[in-house]
Design a protein around this ligand. Structure first.
Ligand SMILES: [Zn+2]
Length: 148
């Protein structure tokens, strides 16, 4: 894949890299522009709210089937909204470093952004042009040390 642009940026004292690549023409959905944000959510949120919901519901664990424990489902809904908000913030910061008008870029989270089976959730981008993908990830501590 062709890298068009790559930037490094800081957020909350963490260092991220954002890479813009041109999609391969002919790949399924190549014309779509999608941003993938990899982040260790445990560094932002713990599971104590989910565990409390499971405890109050008298569920065996926080891993329940949807519909079995409505309170646990409700807790996951809140948790997942925060996960998306955290990733959204990282993505928006990346766009501030990549382009002049981040506000002009449409960002819509989709569980099925990259694949219909749900294995590649991401943000469908509008206004960045056709067929580019944005890959955002946190720099490994080792790499950060080496750069220092
Ligand atoms: Zn898949």
């Amino acid at each position: 894949m062709d890298t068009i642009k790559e930037v490094e940026f800081k957020l909350d004292g963490r260092i991220y890299t954002a890479e813009v690549r041109r999609n391969k023409v002919g790949d399924r959905g190549w014309a779509k522009s999608i941003a993938y944000v990899w982040e260790d959510i445990a560094d932002h949120l713990d599971d104590s709210m989910l565990e409390k919901a499971a405890e109050v519901s008298k569920a065996q664990s926080k891993r329940t089937k949807i519909g079995e424990f409505p309170l646990v489902d409700a807790a996951y809904k809140v948790h997942n909204a925060l996960v998306i908000a955290i990733k959204h913030r990282i993505l928006f910061t990346a766009l501030l470093h990549l382009c002049d008008d981040a506000a002009a870029v449409g960002m819509r989270f989709s569980r099925k952004a990259g694949c219909n089976c749900g294995c590649s959730p991401g943000f469908v981008l509008q206004g960045l042009g056709r067929g580019v993908s944005l890959f955002i990830e946190r720099k490994k501590v080792q790499e950060v040390k080496r750069a220092a």
